[in-house]
Design a protein around this ligand. Structure first.
Ligand code: SF4
Length: 226
């Protein structure tokens, strides 16, 4: 387990709750538009976990929960121990994931250690590997989607709308992939400090285009621009 950064207070990262955010190092994806270069490439020093837990205990009156993000937190099997410690404080736990470890996701859900999950949907199946910069078996992503849809907790799917990996057809295909789920957020792309520097030259879609995607997605899932 390698926690490399802590944001003490956030009003926006855990819906309806005040949270602290823990950032875990490393990711198994290489999304060219990723903003978390230092995390993904594991360039930051580790922070002592016990110090973080003690600090959360001290601040439990001022926050509702903890957001665990990355990088990709599910790369660590001892994520279970970290979350147990946070739940014992007690605080709510939201997990951000790229959906690449459905087994650990299911285990965490079965152990009732998660209160909210946000899972990224990077593109439609045809474009997924291109969007994440590595090969992936789509069954893995589909299994995570299925697991969340059948869970009893609050969850969201979300996509950063990066023009090469999102268009009308891709929106429809993603709609098929997650149809019947609770909520889907489209996030505007900010071309800054990207893993692949070429992506800093990619112009985000204007707001009207994002609104068109929302219309396309409407028959499948409630969709909102964040
Ligand atoms: S955007 Fe992609 S590469 Fe960056 S942390 Fe998320 S999954 Fe990993």
């Amino acid at each position: 387990m390698k926690i490399v950064a802590v944001q003490k207070t956030s009003l926006i990262d855990y819906p309806d709750n005040i949270s602290s955010i823990l950032f875990l190092s490393r990711c198994n994806f290489r999304c060219p538009y990723c903003h978390n270069k230092d995390l993904v490439l594991d360039r930051l020093p580790k922070i002592d976990e016990e110090v973080i837990i003690d600090d959360l205990k001290m601040r439990k009156k001022y926050i509702d929960g903890v957001v665990i993000t990355g990088g990709e937190p599910t790369l660590y099997s001892d994520l279970i121990d970290l979350i147990r410690k946070i739940k014992e404080i007690p605080l709510l736990v939201k997990l951000d994931t790229n959906g690449s470890n459905p087994d650990l996701l299911e285990e965490l859900l079965n152990l009732k250690l998660l209160d909210y999950v946000a899972m990224d949907i990077k593109a439609d199946p045809e474009n997924y590997s291109k969007a994440i910069g590595v090969e992936i078996d789509m069954d893995i992503i589909k299994e995570s989607i299925y697991t969340l849809k059948n869970s009893k907790i609050n969850y969201e799917f979300r996509t950063t709308v990066v023009p090469p990996f999102f268009n009308d057809k891709i929106a429809r295909n993603i709609g098929e992939l997650i149809k019947g789920s609770s909520i889907y957020y489209l996030q505007q792309y900010v071309p800054r400090n990207t893993l692949d520097p070429k992506f800093e030259n990619i112009k985000p879609y204007p707001r009207e285009v994002l609104e068109r995607f929302v219309e396309i997605l409407k028959p499948y899932v409630k969709t909102t621009i964040r």
